[in-house]
Design a protein around this ligand. Structure first.
Ligand code: NAD
Ligand code: GLY
Length: 369
């Protein structure tokens, strides 16, 4: 994988409004070269530990390192393994061991350079070390740029379940260089589009229409549509998080597609299917379930399926028994008092959260095969 030459665009900024914990999201092609300036302008100084993995470090480590050194920061790198296997308490503890060994102080900075995995584990380590040090997210995957780097959910997996250990810990700033998407494997880009489509379905029918109109240019990573979609997703997520930071109500809508999606992901052992691929199927199937329950029109299901397909995602549930799917759905974090709560569309851009009855889901499952 080779970096593309530096390209600049104008900088877009989305504020995340959380009172004293508010922060900006900066989006710009070529922004990695200006990380040192961004940190300095926000009043940060001192040592910076960059948590990343070998793939991202090889691609972008030296750009970030030079940019920080130009502004008198003293960066050092900590590498975690690539992929989901890094998200363990063991690796969070290894990051902390290094902060202790380097005598990191409360004003020093931890910077996550990578996708959702690096962001989640680095943010969790930042939240724990001396009860919290400044944390910066530099998001380099589409999933991270439209979802995981915003909103302060950090954490690691337990062997019995994904993201079972964690903390809400907001970053001081989120930086997104849209050029980093050019080195992202196509499969990861397409998986990220599932989360993008999700925002249209849950919050903004005009944005959904925009995706229908521009999906081809988006897949080609054309600068304007890519910047616009990242900005719009960040605005929506920022709005939802500002209203319900700790997921006691509204924030649950961000889990659209995830009830069935998480079940499929866990049944695949988190290997055959990556998260966004499972969410793509989950969204189409949850829309179809909503239609069978009389909650939305068939047009909603058709538009949902067509945009998922055009993005290059699958929409059909692999062959399985209902009992297997139902059991996996019950292990979801969103189960309340034993009831599965599911986000379902009522129209494009509007959803609600409903408890699911086994009987009606079984009937839908049998009919939809
Ligand atoms: P990831 O972090 O594993 O990145 C995907 C792959 O792309 C990895 O191999 C990575 O090394 C590589 N990569 C990263 N940037 C690259 C680049 N610019 N060029 C080339 N390769 C690059 O996966 P992800 O999809 O970014 O994130 C998934 C994780 O995010 C999951 O653990 C999920 O639980 C978490 N997540 C968290 C939240 C949240 O709110 N905290 C939201 C959604 C997902
Ligand atoms: N990715 C879901 C959330 O941040 O709440």
């Amino acid at each position: 994988m080779k970096q593309s030459p530096r390209q600049n665009s104008s900088r877009l900024t989305v504020p995340v409004d959380l009172g004293q914990r508010s922060y900006p999201i900066h989006i710009q092609a070529g922004l990695l070269h200006d990380i040192g300036d961004c940190l300095q302008q926000s009043g940060l100084s001192g040592r910076v530990v960059i948590v990343t993995n070998s793939i991202v470090r090889q691609l972008y480590g030296s750009i970030v390192n030079s940019s920080l050194k130009r502004r008198e920061f003293r960066p050092l790198f900590i590498e975690v393994p690539d992929g989901e296997r890094a998200k363990t308490l063991g690796w969070a503890s290894k990051i902390i061991d290094q902060l202790v060994a380097q005598r990191f102080e409360r004003s020093d900075i931890l910077l996550a350079l990578g996708g959702g995995v690096v962001g989640d584990i680095a943010g969790f380590a930042a939240s724990m070390y001396v009860r919290g040090i400044p944390f910066i997210q530099v998001a380099t995957t589409l999933v991270a740029q439209v979802d995981s780097s915003v909103g302060g959910k950090t954490g690691v997996n337990h062997r019995l379940g994904k993201n079972l250990i964690g903390a809400f810990y907001q970053p001081k700033m989120v930086l997104m260089d849209t050029q980093t998407l050019r080195t992202l494997p196509k499969r990861e880009l397409v998986a990220g589009l599932a989360e993008v489509i999700k925002y249209g379905m849950i919050y903004d029918r005009h944005f959904f229409q925009y995706l229908e109109d521009h999906i081809e240019s988006i897949l080609k990573l054309e600068t304007h549509p890519i910047q616009y979609l990242i900005k719009r997703c960040c605005e929506i997520k920022a709005d939802v998080v500002a209203k319900d930071e700790r997921e006691s109500g509204l924030r649950r809508i961000l889990n659209y597609g995830h009830t069935i999606g998480h079940a499929l992901e866990s049944m695949s052992g988190y290997r055959k299917m990556i998260h966004g691929e499972a969410v793509g199927i989950g969204m189409v199937q949850e829309a179809d379930l909503a239609y069978s329950l009389g909650l939305c029109s068939s047009k909603v299901v058709t538009r949902q399926r067509e945009i998922v397909q055009r993005a290059g995602l699958s929409w059909q549930i692999p062959k399985m028994k209902f009992s297997e799917l139902w059991t996996a759905m019950q292990h979801d974090k969103k189960v309340v008092n034993g009831n599965i709560h599911c986000v379902v569309p009522k129209a494009i851009g509007r959803v609600s959260v409903i408890p699911l009855e086994q009987k009606s889901v079984k009937k839908w499952f049998a009919q939809s095969r």
